[in-house]
Design a protein around this ligand. Sequence first.
Ligand code: FHN
Length: 443
Amino acid sequence: MSKFLIAILLFCSVTIQSIAQTYHPSKENIEARHQFQDRKFGMFIHWGLSSILGSGEWVMNNRSISKKNYTRLLQVFDPIHFDAAKWVSAAKSAGMKYIVFITRHHDGFSLWDSKYTEWKITNTPYGKDVLKMLSDECRRQGMKLGLYYSLVDWYRDDYPYETGRTGKASGRTAKSNYDAYLQFMKNQLTELLTNYGDIMSIWLDGHWDQTNPEGSADMSARIDWKYNELYSLIHQLQPNCLIGNNHHLDPMPGEDFQMFEKDLPGHNKSGLSYQAPSEEMPLETCETMNGSWGFNITDNNYKSVKQLIHYIVNAAGLNTNFLLNIGPMPDGSVQPEFTDTLQAIGKWMQENGETIYGTRGNVIPQQEWGAVTRKDKNIYVHLFSKPDENYILLPGFKEKIISAITFKGKAKVNFKQQPEGVFIYLDGIVLDDTDTIFQLSVK
Ligand code: FHN
């Protein structure tokens, strides 16, 4: 081959690669990002075959269950109390504006009638396509729907399990084949984005299976996931659909929102969130209502209504959506500890949602005493507990305030604008046990 030809080929391959690396979201995608940010609060649903064992969605891995033994669950999954209307209504009455549903978790089981596998809900005694019922119901009730899709697979032989960190006791021996697995994912994503109406987001999870543990110096992936191909397929099928990937790393080209798990952006209590919050794209964090994602029969470590409301508010203060999880029981019903808490949150959201939905955060740096959100000319100051002093300070806030009132009773509040920020005085104000909200109007 002549030197000239080699040079041309080299040039073409570099150009193709750099095109793949550049992602310019479409106009409708940008608009969808704004709408997503306005929604603020969503419901995550972890449910599937693993729910039967009542030990969380990682049970196959954690109890070293082989593929052969795990397959037995296919015969017993019969969620006779599954009622899409009840799930969507529970989300709605909690004030949630979207649902993200697990279509396929790490055990590889598909919760829809996929043409590309026999390992699916329609091959259980239940036999029905729950995703179809859920997506129809979401449309009926005006609820947006996002779909979780696992990248890691503990069941399929073609997934590169040899280099993966998890799913080691599955008993797989055949050589993996990523190209075949990638094609399978493309086929399934095409089904999901073709047969179930408008999909708000695709929520990918499992990249971390092919890296060192979070926080390691070397976080490079052990396989080439070829995200370009997956991401461009998704955007081509539904340009408005937002792509998020729970890789626990900085955003990669082609993604539309950044996610955090069990942590507010910038925090890292979970040991999963070393990534810096993006300033360009919408953010979302997800959290469990007890300590488990999937149904866990012994986990009674429920978070209180107050804790969860503070989570919503703190997230909004950091410009972040909050995705709160339920793990329905194997029969499809949702345990009362979850539904009661959701109802109580819903009551609070009904009264105070104006200070959350459609707002933006990062008005001031994060404060010990609470959080601040903003919509147009209104600044909402959320005070969670009584501070030591008789005032709170909004450091660095410079815009001219024309009025300050309590959000609830609309009573006048004393404030002073100083070079270091705004002081809000608390004398004579009856503080709310969960959240006292002040509404400041700026010029
Ligand atoms: O392994 C999963 C886990 O089961 C769950 O789905 C969470 C939700 O964010 N994500 C993974 C761990 O990062």
